[in-house]
Design a protein around this ligand. Structure first.
Ligand code: NAD
Ligand code: GLY
Length: 374
């Protein structure tokens, strides 16, 4: 850390969704800062859901702070890992809620990365047909993406995030200090989602990331604060226009169609979600180039930035016999697929994205260009 401290007074990014509107608070030490939870429901009971890695770092502080608001604060630590983002783990949240006789007013707090956030949000959406929840994201990826916008859910062995609900939190609290304990590989995974916002929405932000990537990798507080704030602003802008992904919101999935195929094909947890997205963005940019939408220089620039963020840019061969066929089959399970036709998020020009289908043969060329045997 060679930078001055991140903002102590939180910066607030509003997300406008009518009666489901809420604020994203971004700053240092927010986890147990007085005022972090002002204005939120203060029912008699609360359940903090975390995991076995994040809990020992941060749960005690959060629980102590929440005990000033709720009579009883229960704590549940899920097993850590994408491979646990499933029905079995979700059921343990319902088991705890019922064992503690939690009612319709019980507030759920998701303390952790995207896995904890997605599962806690889904539990909140469905327990007694919906209870309030608050996101307290502790990974960069969760702060810039997964905690914002109300997508919740779990994986199915056949496809990523296939079971879930749109359900908005009451608030998102991004405590930048929590990022200091993130392993470097997880930090890089989060940077993939930060980088994503440039090509799809804001090339000035892309320029800024290029100029500041070393500071971001070194976790310089002011750089991190700016990256989280600008990412949240862009995500809030997109989600505010298209909460349920009937169109525009799909651009947030730039790199995800290829990325989800890598994650599912390798087995969840082998590649981090952000790593798969980083590599997937390079593949999606190559597809955009083959469709005549961007030039080779744009692809090279994106690839170089993804590499500097510490992310892979070469994907694994998933099937030695029919690699393209395996990728295509996995990508057909994507939620954007319509009647079996894969919809790719492509860059239509620097700073602008859209969705398109592409001939299998062209996609196969991208896969051949982008994969090597494991
Ligand atoms: P994650 O939740 O698995 O967290 C990554 C790792 O970091 C875990 O081992 C976790 O225990 C650990 N960790 C978390 N915070 C820590 C901290 N402060 N210090 C030390 N270790 C910490 O992964 P993720 O990258 O946060 O999220 C990925 C998940 O998010 C995927 O399941 C993906 O599908 C989902 N996602 C959802 C959305 C959405 O809109 N809902 C968007 C993007 C991604
Ligand atoms: N991460 C994609 C979305 O929120 O839509």
């Amino acid at each position: 850390m060679n930078d001055r401290a991140a903002p102590l007074i939180p910066e607030i990014v509003p997300i406008g969704l009518g009666d489901r509107s809420y604020d994203i608070h971004i700053g240092a030490g927010l986890l147990d800062a007085p005022g972090s939870f002002d204005g939120l429901p203060n029912s008699s009971s609360a359940l903090v859901v975390t995991n076995t890695t994040v809990g020992p770092w941060y749960a005690e502080r959060l629980v102590a702070c929440l005990q000033k608001r709720h009579k009883v604060v229960h704590l549940l630590a899920l097993p850590d890992g994408e491979e646990h983002k499933n029905w079995e783990t979700l059921q343990t949240i319902f088991d705890a809620l019922l064992a503690y006789a939690c009612d319709r007013k019980t507030v759920l707090y998701a303390l952790g990365g995207g896995v904890v956030g997605d599962m806690t949000g889904f539990a909140a959406a469905s327990y007694m047909r919906g209870v309030p929840f608050v996101q307290v994201p502790t990974t960069l990826l969760a702060q810039v993406d997964s905690s914002v916008g109300g997508k919740t859910g779990i994986n199915h062995p056949a496809g990523k995030n296939m079971i879930g609900a749109f359900y908005q939190p009451q608030r998102v609290l991004c405590d930048l200090d929590t990022l200091n304990t993130l392993p470097p590989r997880e930090l890089s995974a989060g940077l993939a989602e930060v980088i994503k916002y440039g090509p799809i929405a804001d090339m000035a932000f892309f320029d800024w990331i290029e100029a500041n990537i070393d500071a971001l990798v070194a976790r310089a507080p002011t750089a991190m604060a700016h990256a989280v704030r600008r990412s949240c602003e862009i995500k809030a802008w997109v989600v505010g226009q298209d909460e349920r992904e009937s169109g525009l919101r799909a651009i947030l999935n730039f790199g995800h169609t290829f990325g989800h195929a890598i994650e599912a094909g390798m087995g969840y947890g082998a590649w981090l979600h952000g790593e798969a997205v980083g590599c997937g963005m390079v593949m999606a940019a190559r597809l955009s180039e083959r469709l005549g939408l961007v030039d080779a220089a744009f692809v090279a620039r994106l690839k170089a930035l993804v590499e500097r963020a510490g992310l892979p840019t070469v994907a694994p061969v998933l099937d030695a016999e029919d690699n393209a066929g395996r990728y295509l089959a996995l990508m057909r399970v994507d939620k954007k697929a319509e009647a079996g036709a894969i919809k790719f998020v492509v860059i239509e020009g620097p700073g602008h994205a859209g969705t398109r289908s592409a001939p299998d043969a062209v996609v196969a060329e991208v896969i051949a260009e982008s994969t090597v045997p494991r």
